[in-house]
Design a protein around this ligand. Structure first.
Ligand code: ADP
Ligand code: ZN
Length: 711
């Protein structure tokens, strides 16, 4: 069975060997057995049902919870020359009938369908008359009532077992926990399924957690090493999402906001752009997530602390699906702990539920303050043992230091106690440092015995200490929401001198702001400077093809394939066919074009295309012409003329390109429209606006008017 499977892997998908347990899973399902597949994001789950679908006679039915996921897979299969369709609510009745006819004529190999549609009686009857190769249930954790992604329709999928007793079923998920696993088995009637459990480690992700000092500056420093990379920045609140997106765009990093408070079209539009364009940053709340199959997300940055390790793992896991180096970066500080603890305390729900949430938050905090390898700690939480420190996280590469904080911790706890257990960290630190300011004097705290006792440590060190006390539960945050600290039960042994306390020594801010491993884990560092030009040319060609085919660039070829082309420099079609990710169909369609770029024959054109494309992206992300000029290193005049062109091609609206006051815009439009007949040239009205707007603005307005008239 493996022989033909390998042939399909090579011919259709262009890959040489199976990854991890793919081979065994495919063999099981192709032979008619059921399977439960637990594999991390990016592990290669899709092939586990796509290959058996091609090996077995009949139609393979794939259940998927989101239209975006279905469309992505169908587009990918389409590019590979595999007949796949998605049945969803966006299709008209006529289109649906047409698909049904094609299925009856055996012209389709894979049918993607939403669960609610699959379980409709008419649909089930339709399928029962057909030869079914297999059922694949993707994102199978959606059946779990305890998870975030619960979809009631998934509960009905259990009936497939009785209705189609001889059809193999494969359920797949990237959710690891035991409880979900058992729920999938019971609810989907997969008692006879063989279980395939992979390691949940994501070895290509570099983890780093830094103390939050000046978060925006730290984020910029992190991004500077990753110019041109696509990534996600998670924030807790909607307001912060918008502020950070605006801030990043102004700093030359094209960024889009995403949160549940945005209108549906705006959200959908931003998501689509993130998938289709390269190098965009999505600043988002956790509303942004499932359904993001973009393989080349190079980093996930957290400006706020996630509520649990489950959330952290899932969110950071969206980086590096393609297996190339990627970064998970987070800035975390005392305020995060306070905010989350307060949210938890004031949340609804019974005590048991709160305790559970508290427990999850504590595990998250423990990871932040972790002294040992972060990956070991993270995996251990999911019951997986990593035998050695990973060597690929901040704690492994920076060699974290600890210090004996027993005595200062006692002083800190004493300061909390003696000041009445209601002051925040700022004030407590002032007291310890003996600062003689208004607040200290008005509270009479200059008379406390701890006043000025802590001069041996700096303000930053004290803050770090307080943060760690709260994170470890040795001090609590008040319920009233002012951030005052109280003693907790847990601190008694420390106060009584029965235990000692080792704390993490925070790195100096400059060092902490420096992002990734010294080994360089960013994708912009993937290619060497001397390879840069050819890399950009390959990417430009890919982008052009993607636009022509109306698919995201990664559907044409993933970055890993372009990188291999760059490194192996194929010189013939035969050599091109050897590149991983180049199957027969893609070789035939695109091989020659990429060979041409590699040979240098087609270099110039793509680079020009490149600048135009980038300009449109930057303008849409809200940059001013002046900022764009800085970004693209060209003159403003140049920018205006390219903007006018883009407006003429209707790639940009006037509002996206320029930020003009309404009245001024009206005046300019009138000046053009007042002339009878043809639109006058810019030269005819330039005098009128001299000194008020750059001439380029007039070109843009004219282009917009012209585009309007042509429609
Ligand atoms: P998952 O659904 O588990 O997150 P995907 O099925 O999307 O992962 O696969 C992730 C990436 O890895 C895809 O780009 C896919 O083409 C690639 N891939 C999967 N299996 C292999 C393999 N055996 N060899 C090379 N690349 C693979
Ligand atoms: Zn490590």
């Amino acid at each position: 069975m493996l022989e033909p499977a390998l042939r399909i892997l090579k011919d259709v998908f262009g890959y040489d060997s199976f990854r991890g347990r793919q081979g065994a899973i495919i063999e099981r399902v192709a032979n008619g057995g059921d399977a439960l597949v637990l594999m991390p994001t990016g592990g290669g789950k899709s092939l586990c049902f796509q290959v058996p679908a091609l090996l077995r006679p009949g139609l393979a039915v794939v259940v998927s919870p989101l239209i975006a996921l279905m469309e992505d897979q169908v587009a990918t299969l389409d590019e590979l020359g595999v007949a796949a369709v998605a049945l969803n609510s966006t299709l008209s009745a006529a289109e649906q009938r047409q698909i049904a006819d094609r299925i009856r004529r055996n012209e389709i190999k894979l049918l993607y369908v939403a669960p609610e549609r699959l379980v409709q009686p008419r649909m089930l009857e339709f399928l029962q008359d057909l030869d079914i190769a297999l059922f694949a249930i993707d994102e199978a954790h959606c059946v779990s009532q305890w998870g975030h992604d619960f979809r009631p329709e998934y509960l009905q999928l259990g009936q497939l077992a009785e209705l189609f007793p001889h059809v193999p079923r494969i359920a797949l998920t990237a959710t690891a926990d035991m409880r979900t696993r058992e729920e999938i088995v019971t609810r989907l009637h997969l008692q006879n399924a063989e279980r395939f459990l992979s390691s949940f480690d994501r070895p290509n992700i570099f983890y780093r957690i830094v103390p939050k000092e000046q978060p925006r500056k730290q984020l910029l420093a992190f991004l500077k090493e990753r110019k041109g990379d696509a990534g996600i920045v998670y924030c807790l609140s909607r307001k912060k999402v918008e502020e950070v997106a605006t801030f990043l765009s102004a700093e030359g990093f094209p960024a889009l906001p995403y949160h549940a408070g945005l209108a549906y079209d705006v959200r959908a539009g931003n998501q689509k752009r993130f998938l289709n364009e390269e190098g965009l940053i999505m600043v988002a709340t956790i509303a942004f997530g499932m359904g993001i199959d973009k393989p080349n997300v190079r980093f996930v940055a957290h400006l706020d602390l996630p509520k649990s390790l489950e959330a952290y793992y899932q969110e950071t896991g969206r980086a590096g699906r393609d297996g190339l180096p990627a970064d998970a970066w987070m800035a975390y500080g005392l305020q995060d702990v306070i905010t989350l603890k307060q949210m938890l305390q004031s949340s609804e729900g019974d005590e048991r539920h709160k305790r559970l949430e508290q427990h999850k938050l504590d595990a998250m905090l423990a990871l932040c303050e972790q002294i040992r390898c972060r990956r070991q700690a993270l995996l251990q939480y999911f019951d997986e043992e990593l035998p050695k420190p990973c060597g690929h996280c901040d704690n492994c590469v920076d060699n974290v230091q600890t210090w004996d904080a027993t005595e200062p911790a006692r002083q800190a706890l004493s300061a909390i106690f003696r000041s009445g257990q209601r002051y925040g960290v700022g004030h407590l630190v002032d007291v310890l440092l003996g600062k003689d300011n208004d607040k200290v004097r008005s509270s009479g705290h200059q008379h406390l015995s701890v006043f000025g006792m802590g001069k041996a440590l700096s303000e930053g060190e004290w803050r770090s200490l307080f943060r760690q006390l709260v994170a470890r539960g040795l001090a609590d945050v008040d319920l009233e929401g002012y951030g005052g600290l109280r003693l907790s039960e847990a601190c008694r042994p420390l106060l009584r001198g029965e235990v000692t306390l080792e704390l993490r020594r925070d790195l100096k801010p400059q060092l902490a702001a420096k992002s990734s491993s010294s080994g360089g884990s960013s994708a912009s560092q993937l290619v060497r400077p001397d390879e840069r030009e050819q890399w950009e040319a390959l990417r430009a060609l890919r982008r052009k093809l993607a636009e022509e085919h109306a698919v995201p660039p990664y559907v044409i070829f993933p970055d890993s394939t372009l990188l291999e082309m760059l490194r192996s420099q194929p010189g013939s079609m035969a050599e091109m066919g050897e590149v991983s990710g180049v199957g027969a169909r893609k070789l035939e369609r695109y091989g020659a074009a990429f060979l041409e770029v590699l040979s240098g024959a087609a270099e110039i054109v793509p680079v020009v295309v490149d600048i135009r494309h980038e300009l449109v992206s930057l303008a849409r992300a809200g940059m001013t012409p002046q900022q764009i000029a800085g970004q693209l290193k060209c003159t403003e005049k140049n920018v205006y003329s390219l903007l006018a062109e883009a407006i003429g091609r209707q790639q940009l609206s006037l509002e996206q390109a320029l930020d003009l006051p309404m009245e001024l815009l009206g005046e300019i439009q009138d000046a053009f429209l007042d002339a009878d007949g043809e639109l006058p040239a810019v030269a005819a009205i330039v005098e009128q606006f001299a000194g008020r707007v750059p001439e380029g603005v007039l070109y843009c307005v004219r282009a917009a008017l012209q585009a309007e008239f042509e429609v």
